[in-house]
Design a binder for this molecule. Structure first.
Ligand SMILES: Cc1cc2nc3c(=O)[nH]c(=O)nc-3n(C[C@H](O)[C@H](O)[C@H](O)COP(=O)(O)OP(=O)(O)OC[C@H]3O[C@@H](n4cnc5c(N)ncnc54)[C@H](O)[C@@H]3O)c2cc1C
Length: 395
């Protein structure tokens, strides 16, 4: 049975970090906000359903989360002070450093699980109507308002209406809007995620490593005393590594990770996540607007997905403040225009990294070595590059 339950200023589908920042800030602006989240609850600390991701967040992203009211305890954050970029088996490296842009830390890592818990707590304490365990299903996108049919496994259906509908759910419900679609590129690769304990005598020294090797790039992020590996491999190679013994796994990693690091053990069994690029053709249709993973889902090689999504929220929020009709398509069009440069540049940059480091002939290696060394030596260029990575293209 369907009932009209509520009317809101804004409905947000998806209570991930990006949807939640928007919800909290819109509530602070005095808006009546509904958040619809399909998960019945967030996995607790002991749950096997915990997401294994460790996210590298820029300083700006951490500020945006905290300003919204999401408390990130300092003991859950590990500072990244430098980023070391190199290629295996060839010369050339770049060291990006907070000192280059006058900050002590370029960013921080946090377990997705801890972020998710903090996001949930903030949402529960805010004056927001949270439909937890309800799935957003059918969108109505009309001239003066939007509607969303939501479905609960036990409580049936409800119909919500609002001036503005924000899709922050990863893009799953958008196929219904004829003018919106995603360009999808399947990398035919998986990201192997594994938390690693450093061998005795080794420390990460708050350096994140980005290394491009034959077979796929990998990142090593400092997290607590450990490091998190995000290793991109073709599906078959990833599968073989998953099925290898811990000693074989570490051996394969040591062969390409250079001499600076040595690992004693996998803290948790490796897990594989398939990788795709998904880029929406535009950021709004009528009164429906896309943010975060609904707007773009990136390869994790450059650790930019959530950073970009939070900048979506940061651009949208001031446009919605103090306006009579927060879903006015002209406003959403301005948001789309303002986001274009940052999102397309970062998406193209991330995508091109995969191809750029995919050729292993001597000429390509030499070219990359020269480029990495040049970036390392040309201080103003390196400073600008670091600033853009930390603060986005619009600041
Ligand atoms: C391996 C890996 C490593 C990564 N590392 C980094 C990194 O280091 N730095 C970085 O910035 N980014 C990184 N990312 C990207 C980052 O995880 C995402 O960009 C980010 O989580 C997106 O946040 P979001 O709020 O847009 O969406 P999500 O976090 O995906 O949240 C979407 C929410 O919507 C809900 N939902 C979905 N469908 C519906 C529906 N129909 N109705 C209601 N609710 C729904 C889901 O349950 C979920 O809670 C990484 C990604 C991967 C896969």
């Amino acid at each position: 049975m369907q009932t009209i339950s509520h009317d809101f200023d804004a409905i947000i589908i998806g209570a991930g970090p990006v949807g939640t920042v928007l919800a909290l800030q819109l509530a602070k602006q005095g808006r009546r906000v509904a958040v619809v989240e399909a998960r019945a609850s967030r996995p607790n600390t002991d749950s096997a359903a915990q997401d294994p991701r460790i996210l590298a967040l820029s300083r700006l992203s951490v500020d945006l989360l905290q300003q919204a009211g999401i408390t990130l305890p300092p003991d859950q954050l590990t500072a990244i002070q430098q980023v070391h970029v190199s290629q295996a088996g060839a010369f050339g490296r770049t060291l990006l450093s907070g000192a280059d842009i006058g900050v002590s830390d370029l960013g921080y890592t946090i377990a997705y699980h801890d972020l998710d818990q903090a996001v949930g707590q903030a949402l529960n304490q805010a004056p927001i109507h949270l439909f937890q365990g309800w799935r957003g299903e059918k969108i109505g996108n009309l001239a003066t308002y939007t509607s969303l049919t939501i479905q609960h496994p036990e409580h049936g259906q409800q119909l919500l209406t609002s001036k503005l509908l924000i899709a922050a759910e990863g893009g799953s419900v958008l196929q219904q809007l004829p003018s919106l679609h995603h360009h999808v590129h399947d990398y035919e690769q998986s990201a192997l995620l594994c938390r690693l304990a450093l061998a005795e005598g080794y420390q990460h020294q708050h350096i994140a490593y980005e290394r491009f090797a034959e077979g796929g790039p990998f990142a090593l992020l400092p997290v607590g005393q450990d490091m998190m590996l995000v290793w991109t491999r073709r599906h078959a190679a990833a599968e073989a590594l998953l099925n290898s013994s811990p000693a074989e796994f570490l051996d394969a990693l040591h062969q390409i990770c250079g001499h600076k690091l040595c690992f004693a053990a996998c803290v948790s069994p490796p897990q594989a996540i398939p990788l795709r690029l998904k880029l929406a053709n535009k950021l709004h249709a009528g009164r429906v607007v896309l943010v975060g993973n609904a707007a773009q889902t990136l390869h994790p090689v450059a650790a930019q997905g959530l950073n970009l999504g939070l900048r979506d929220a940061d651009t949208l929020l001031p446009l919605l403040a103090n306006v009579r009709d927060i879903g006015a398509p002209a406003l959403l069009h301005r948001y789309q225009r303002q986001r274009q440069r940052d999102r397309l540049t970062i998406t193209a940059f991330t995508h091109s990294l995969i191809g750029l480091f995919d050729h292993h002939d001597p000429i390509s290696r030499l070219g990359r070595g020269i480029a990495l060394s040049a970036l390392d030596m040309l201080t103003p260029l390196r400073q600008r590059f670091t600033h853009k990575l930390v603060f986005g293209l619009e600041r």
